[in-house]
Design a binder for this molecule. Structure first.
Ligand code: ZN
Length: 150
């Protein structure tokens, strides 16, 4: 269903997740569930975004998305986080109409193919919505609206 190279990137993040595992020091935490697929994600963040930790279970898309989120956002300043978050949400809601910018999204471009499948969009966005909530609880407004237009 997905372009071969994109699928390879997603499977690589799924098999070798970056930064997976919850850490005890955090300012905000959120747990999100995607009942249509059975995905679960818990995200913890520090207020200064020096640490973003997560754990979860579910399909390759949801878990790879969490790994990509960690890679793209951890340690970044709030302006960069807001920009990347907005770009990823926009890509996922585009139904394939938006050409992803690799300079902004890095491996996140691999989810461009997923955007064409509404049921899987929820999988890909799950960690990003959990991150937004965790950040808000840590006092950081990420800004992008993650509501999925189904
Ligand atoms: Zn899923």
């Amino acid at each position: 269903m997905l372009d071969g190279l994109y699928q390879e990137i997603i499977l690589d993040h799924y098999k070798h997740p970056h930064g997976r595992g919850l850490r005890e020091q955090f300012d905000g935490e959120a747990h999100h569930v995607n009942p249509t697929c059975g995905d679960e994600i818990t995200v913890r963040v520090n207020a200064d975004m020096s640490d973003i930790s997560y754990d979860g279970l579910g399909c390759s898309i949801s878990q790879a998305s969490a790994s990509v989120l960690h890679e793209l956002l951890e340690g970044k300043d709030s302006a960069t986080i807001a920009e990347v978050h907005r770009a990823f949400v926009e890509l996922m809601q585009s139904r394939g109409a938006v050409e992803p910018d690799e300079d902004v999204l890095g491996d996140g471009i691999a989810f461009a193919g997923v955007a064409k499948f509404p049921a899987r969009v929820k999988c890909a966005l799950l960690p990003w919505m959990a991150f937004k909530d965790a950040a808000a609880r840590a006092g950081v407004e990420v800004g992008a609206s993650p509501e999925v237009k189904a």
